[in-house]
Design a protein around this ligand. Sequence first.
Ligand SMILES: NC(=O)c1ccc[n+]([C@@H]2O[C@H](COP(=O)([O-])OP(=O)(O)OC[C@H]3O[C@@H](n4cnc5c(N)ncnc54)[C@H](O)[C@@H]3O)[C@@H](O)[C@H]2O)c1
Length: 333
Amino acid sequence: MKCVVVTGSAGFIGFHVSRALLDRNETVVGVDNFNTYYYPGLKRARQEKLARSKNFVSMERDLADLNSVESLFQEFRPQIVCHLAAQAGVRYSLRNPVAYHQSNLAGFVNVIDQARRAEVERFVYASSSSVYGGNTKIPFSEDDRVDRPASLYGATKRANELIAYTYTQLWGMATIGLRLFTVYGPWGRPDMAYWSFLDRIVTGETIQVYNFGKHKRDFTYIDDIAQGVLAALSRPMNNSFELINLGNNRPVELMRFIERIEDLAGRKAVTEMVQVQPGDVLDTYADITKAREMLDFEPSVPFEAGIEKFVRWFMDHPQMIDEVRRFKKIRRQ
Ligand SMILES: NC(=O)c1ccc[n+]([C@@H]2O[C@H](COP(=O)([O-])OP(=O)(O)OC[C@H]3O[C@@H](n4cnc5c(N)ncnc54)[C@H](O)[C@@H]3O)[C@@H](O)[C@H]2O)c1
């Protein structure tokens, strides 16, 4: 049994990855600062579910604070680090750049440096399809140029990859960056389009459909992503520095996505078609050849089935959804 530190364990992906690790009988130290970017009650609920396992240790820490990270590594001496904590969101990085500096740059350096000092066997971290910026050649492949991010969020994720590269070069540390493509599913993120679309369809509010619904996204179901992350944490690797796309390889037009939610919710959306927003990337679509080869990754949940699971979860949690709604109103998100 290994000790795995999972940062961002109260977040959407961290929660599912931690759950999958606990199912495999690993010991998980789950770290999160429960920040208020979206409703922290949802984060607390996820972490409480994890804490039902005797192999889960819950730690409330801000990773931007070096002393907190240092004491964490000294206390638990993990063998593996799965660093998923970050300030997520493309549009929010236009409004609050400092949050990205704190969590994605200061936090990242604190965690990777403590992981190096603790001589962990492997450091796996979440990068993003945002590193591909405004690239027009699709599908996006790991060999494509990534020096033109379209948002500060994308720039910090690319910076993480470059920092990881130097840690591999200087210290021989095994680092794997996973470029994740739009992840969705139960216990998902209220700031993401799939959540607000469903919520607005249910409440009858108008949905602003950016770029007239023509965006294509490689919506990837959370269980597929969790399997990919687990493979990155455990499969033997020849190289000590890797960057790997994790996506669905089947892009879906936003409008089709909305229509599927309409069918499942049994209501029509009220839509307002609007222009593309600054920082938005038109189409994202992953070439997953490398993930297939290295991680035996094969996304198995088509978006029609995945969205159904999300809608069912949403309908089964009316109180949580209501609390998220009220929080969003107060914050005018
Ligand atoms: N969900 C997606 O579609 C997607 C796509 C590409 C990349 N990613 C990346 O995957 C990772 C997980 O994303 P998610 O969707 O679960 O987001 P999330 O916001 O649900 O989870 C991130 C968690 O990190 C925590 N956190 C943030 N800053 C912290 C800090 N300084 N100290 C401690 N905890 C902190 C947050 O409280 C949150 O619980 C992130 O790195 C994100 O950038 C996600």
